[in-house]
Design a protein around this ligand. Sequence first.
Ligand SMILES: NC(=O)c1ccc[n+]([C@@H]2O[C@H](COP(=O)([O-])OP(=O)(O)OC[C@H]3O[C@@H](n4cnc5c(N)ncnc54)[C@H](O)[C@@H]3O)[C@@H](O)[C@H]2O)c1
Length: 273
Amino acid sequence: MTRTTEDRPRDWMRHSRLKGLVAIVVGAGSGIGEETARIIAANEGMVVVADIREQAARDVASAIVAYGGKAIAVALDVGNEAHIDAAVARTIREFGQLDIVVNAAAVVKAGPLETSDLEDWKLSFRINVEGAIMLARTCLPHLRKSTHASIVQVASLAGIGAYPNGGAYGVTKAALIALTKTMAMEWVTDGVRVNVVSPGTVETPLMRAVLTPEVVQHRAARIPMERLGQPSELADTIVFLASPMASFITGQNLNCDGGLSQALMVQKFNPDL
Ligand SMILES: NC(=O)c1ccc[n+]([C@@H]2O[C@H](COP(=O)([O-])OP(=O)(O)OC[C@H]3O[C@@H](n4cnc5c(N)ncnc54)[C@H](O)[C@@H]3O)[C@@H](O)[C@H]2O)c1
């Protein structure tokens, strides 16, 4: 069935943006996913806080509930189909519906192409690509029933340009962007929008674990806005794409990067131009 603007409810603007909608956020125990879960709850959405680290998921869900929001925590490895099945079943049991899926989980494996361990490549594809497929298609039957169905993936600028010494990560993020576009077109007539946000460098525990302070400083100096992104800025972008405010947007990648992806011809960063 092809949905049209006529059968899309038009009264959501009278309420908080996500009132009555149920979201599952994977990788919500920290960083960008955590902020996304918090902002969804602040917009009166109900949130399933899913993370491979159960205690982290519980802490975030408890903080949302203490603030007056609605949230539950689930332990979930996005690379494990049985975990996904259980988490989606629990979502339906608790909230009766599913409208929004955000996938912010990722594994980051470094190493040059010539010598990097193929097991790292396999794990990267399992978590960053196959996990996204398994999560989305398990949620799909429930999303088809929603009038505001939306999936938002979190990729990376590493999937847009070259990422030397981070090949397994960059290649899987490029695959995730391509996957998003195919999902969007295969499911467009189901009324399910699918988009992807590609962050530049964002101040999160993942970024601090992977990059040295010197690399962070060097990167910040090359960002046209001359600073790193904050998790809340990425979360606002994700929530916008997930929300009915983006009702005519599907199949898109949005770089949220302080202008970094557009700096190629900026003389300040390339003095030889
Ligand atoms: N921080 C950055 O600079 C940056 C840049 C580009 C892209 N990203 C992307 O943004 C997303 C979020 O990253 P972040 O910086 O907030 O990281 P983070 O480490 O702060 O949060 C990631 C969360 O995902 C969880 N997680 C990891 N593997 C999982 C799995 N298999 N199943 C379920 N949960 C799992 C972790 O426990 C953690 O809570 C990732 O997809 C990352 O690749 C981040």
